[in-house]
Ligand binder design. Structure first.
Ligand SMILES: Nc1ncnc2c1ncn2[C@@H]1O[C@H](COP(=O)(O)OP(=O)(O)OP(=O)(O)O)[C@@H](O)[C@H]1O
Ligand SMILES: [Mg+2]
Length: 287
């Protein structure tokens, strides 16, 4: 089976809130898949169900062909998870945190030392290994949390909002690291609020809204479906309108015909935020 992750009619409610509503999702082996959506869309709940931390109410989900409900131990061997809120112990050093995670995964002590050293090298944290977590920068903490989840060599890594709170430079460094990890054979499922992150990093993206998967595909294909070129007009200096066109020429023709009082006109490439707004009438950052 080529679908590394497969769900069918997956549903999970908390009281009256349908956190996941009939989700049909497929993630292929080898890809970086981006799960986008505003606060409360159901991204973390989906990760929790797929990683066996929460049970769904109904529907089906499998990871690497294993049913997450009936074969959770097999699923756990295949996956690594970095949760939305940092799972490092702040009173320990990076190495001690890694030791702890290695023990959870029952790595033998000889293998443990070697694997920890390799991973520290991989993320260039060797010289910081014995520093307390609290003494590290945000980007270093994230890298340390990620390597803790890689000790048992998972084939599929779930990253829930991996770059939140990082500055632009640290975020880009983490993107490079994720790309390297992916090139070295790890499938990555990540959630993000950052449109740019999804566009530059992910082979395919799925956009969630109130528990529904409203669209899924390659970023370029989703943009093209809407129209690859966007024309923004600021009407009466207060209301921004956006129209979409297949190419620059058609967009330019449209602009030529606009009445003269359309004061500000911007012609630009369509982005995934446009796709989201068109489908939901909201911005990704809205809750
Ligand atoms: N343990 C819980 N108990 C009650 N409601 C919950 C619980 N976990 C999530 N929810 C609700 O389920 C919905 C989906 O939440 P979820 O955390 O999956 O969203 P999210 O897309 O990860 O949001 P964010 O971008 O803020 O992390 C929200 O309405 C949330 O309030
Ligand atoms: Mg979340």
């Amino acid at each position: 089976m080529n679908n590394f992750i497969y769900t069918e009619n997956l549903t999970k409610s908390y009281g009256n809130i349908k956190a996941i509503d009939n989700l049909d999702l497929q993630v292929e082996r080898g890809e970086i898949f981006g799960f986008l959506g505003p606060n409360g869309a159901g991204k973390t709940t989906t990760i929790r169900v797929l990683t066996t931390l929460t049970r769904s109410d109904s529907g089906f989900a499998s990871v690497d062909g294993f049913d997450v409900r009936t074969e959770p131990e097999k699923v756990k061997k295949v996956i690594g998870v970095v949760q939305q809120h940092l799972s490092l112990d702040r009173d320990l050093s990076i190495r001690e945190n890694m030791e702890f995670h290695a023990r959870i995964h029952h790595l033998e002590s000889s293998k443990r030392k070697k694997r920890i050293a390799e991973l520290l090298e991989y993320v260039e944290l060797t010289e910081y290994a014995d520093k307390m977590v609290d003494a590290l920068s945000g980007g270093m903490k994230k890298k340390a949390a990620i390597v803790c989840s890689l000790l048992h060599e998972p084939k599929l890594l779930f990253l829930d909002e991996p770059t939140v709170g990082l500055d632009a430079q640290a975020r880009r460094r983490l993107w490079d690291f994720m790309r390297r990890l992916n090139n070295d054979g790890t499938t990555i499922f990540l959630t993000t609020h950052y449109i740019e992150e999804a566009e530059v990093l992910c082979k395919r993206v799925g956009i969630m809204h109130h528990g529904h998967l409203i669209t899924v595909g390659k970023p370029a294909e989703l943009r093209k479906k809407l129209g690859a070129v966007a024309v923004e007009t600021l009407v009466n200096n207060k209301e921004t309108r956006c129209e979409f066109f297949q190419d620059r020429e058609t967009a330019n023709n449209y602009v030529q015909k606009l009445p003269n009082d359309s004061a500000t006109v911007i012609i630009r490439d369509t982005n995934l935020e446009d796709v989201f707004i068109e489908r939901t009438g909201e911005k990704v950052g809205d809750s």
